[in-house]
Design a protein around this ligand. Sequence first.
Ligand code: ATP
Length: 289
Amino acid sequence: MNSDVLVVGSANADLVVAVDRRPGGGETVLGGDTVLSPGGKGANTAVAAGRLGADVALLGAVGDDPYGRLLLDSLRAAGVDTGLVRTSDRPTGIAYITVTPDGENAILVSPGANSSLEPADVEAVFDGVEVMVVSLEVPLPTVEHAVARAAENGVKVLLNLSPAAKLSPETLGRIDVLLVNEHEAAWLTGPGADFRKLLDLGPRAAVVTLGAAGAVVVEAGGSTEVASPKVDAVDTTGAGDAFAGALAASLADGADLVTAAKRAVRVAAFSVTRPGAQPSYPTAADLGE
Ligand code: ATP
């Protein structure tokens, strides 16, 4: 018997350095102290769902190194089942993040162990799973295989198209809920296009996140705007992953998509009021539920 929510995706150590400006080629610039925190879209999504009390597992890969152990500890502390996190002979993935005083991030990802996640890793893992969430920091053939196998097994497929990548029409047609931010939506359908055009690509429904404005749920019957509570945003890192984890947790509980998106907006809005990605994610008690 597996978990209700299966997340297939990356786990990275985030190394964050504040800099006045970024170095050019051949140049050395001194920055602030390095802040190390657990991250990666898959691990973040699983931790967000776990904090909310969902029965959730991550399928991923880390290296046999201190960063891998940091990630496993963070997942377990959030109640995430790590039985499907494989230890690879590659090093744990690392995101090198510089932040300038204007708050802008520049991120270089070294995928490491995440690159070793193969289609064969996503085979007999769907028994008892209600919802699979998959994001795109792992190899595309693995993502496409996971979607095909989940659909065959009657598992609801939530695909977070982040970072944006070109999926086959077959894969798009197997998606129950396509989750994108505004930039990814524009990349898929062209700038300024009606979000309803996303359904022409094949998914049964889509959710577009709109930052401080909340989200839009697009279904065959029409679109529903979901407003965000007004909050003082401190750090939006990992807000999209918080949204994905919360959406999956509610869908696995049997909520309809609009109800799930309303909760996901509250969870993601809470997460931007605290620094970091995983450390910022709320429990149900934090939300006053
Ligand atoms: P990120 O890359 O920062 O993880 P994203 O670009 O994938 O995020 P966004 O649309 O920016 O996605 O944000 C996801 C969700 O987070 C939004 O739908 C909203 O619920 C919440 N959110 C983000 N920024 C804010 C904000 N300033 N105030 C309130 N909620 C926010």
